[in-house]
Design a protein around this ligand. Sequence first.
Ligand code: FCB
Length: 466
Amino acid sequence: METFDRTFPDGFLWGAATASYQIEGATTEDGRGRSIWDTFSAVPGKVAGGDTGEVACDHYHRVPEDVALMRDLGLDAYRFSIAWPRILPDGTGTPNPAGLAFYDRLVDELRGAGIRPVVTLYHWDLPQALDDRGGWLSRDVAGWFTDYAAVVVDALGDRVTHWTTLNEPWCSSVLSYSIGAHAPGHEDPLEGLVAAHHLMLAHGTAVPVIRDRCAGAEVSITLNPTQVWGPDDGDELDADAVRRADNVFNGLFFGPIFHGAYPDGMLDDTAHLTDHAFIRDGDLATISAPLDTLGVNNYFPTRVRAARDGEDGRNPMPGCDGVVETAPRPPLTAMGWEQSPESHRLILERSARESGLPLYITENGSAWDDTVSDDGRVHDPERVAYLHDHLGAVADAIDHGVDVRGYFAWSLLDNFEWAYGYGKRFGIVHVDYDTQVRTVKDSGLEYARIIAAHRAGRAPEPAARS
Ligand code: FCB
């Protein structure tokens, strides 16, 4: 095994992340309402293998076991999300005590194990009842989300101080409403833009409410910015394709949230779709509410070029007609995602510049075709290498002056990988979905070793060859 010997600043937080719909299961228990992912995954063809989150990792029934696993790995922090439909089965109205009690138990269990809870309020499982009322296309969602946030913060805010409003609003807007790959599966360029605006409005409306209700709250949002590269020998048209793509992937959120304005050119690029009347006076001031930290999820860079004469350049993303995504460059992960530690460092540097905030890497990791070997272990050298390379990029970013406060491996457990179902395994812990047996992979053991060395105040020593 290659070795890893970088050091990180004192107080650097070592964590792992999950999300409610991907691990909890128990989708019909204890009064949980339906979510858009229950609906979407029930539609044939939307999720590989017809998989659903009905059972997932059965985490809902295995909190003590899973928290013990985290303690054994030596995690400082655990990032998880709250299922809105467990708390408010209809999206609004009277909270469901059993739903709140589940997260109460989880938070207490974590704190008992000395693990800091880092809570995301929305990781994509919108109550179906709210989608029926327009979902993220309805401006009312800002109020619905803020009321939900208040309920959760009131219940947990005496023990939780790390609050993240949204996970990857790019996915819950462009990917879900324009590209159609995620719930609710719409395919309309304009809808992605409207949903993004309402997501950000919901975020900005909730931020002061979280602060009011939780003394010492550290309030954050998690974005998934990506380094956009054009061809090596690109011309002006390619540069414009990079600009448009960068606006939709990055500027769409960096702009309103950190600069109080949509990025240069974006409103012009989408003027054929809308008069932008959904952006009302005062919205950008609400959206740019001050934050304490920024969460960055990053896995891979994006490559684009301009469509050439006669080529079909239609692109479902708003303002991106004429932008063609080009093939990722090897080495690729089992997702077909390009591995580029350099792009990871660059996006951390950009995120710090845009936001002016300390960063947490709230997700980073890789999928591989893992199996349990005859020796009972899961040997995943590719994931170990990806971890080393990307932690190395984080250390490089820190050396370049970026204030990175922590790293959360995606994911603690193999889980329901959205449209890919259970076929793609991201865990540092393997899950046998027939028996629900958890097996720490070699990458999990290596992560634990790196954490232990860091805690002891030294660089990890070269690992024994395995
Ligand atoms: C991110 C999601 C997370 C997981 C990883 C692989 O986009 O936030 O839930 O699916 O990708």
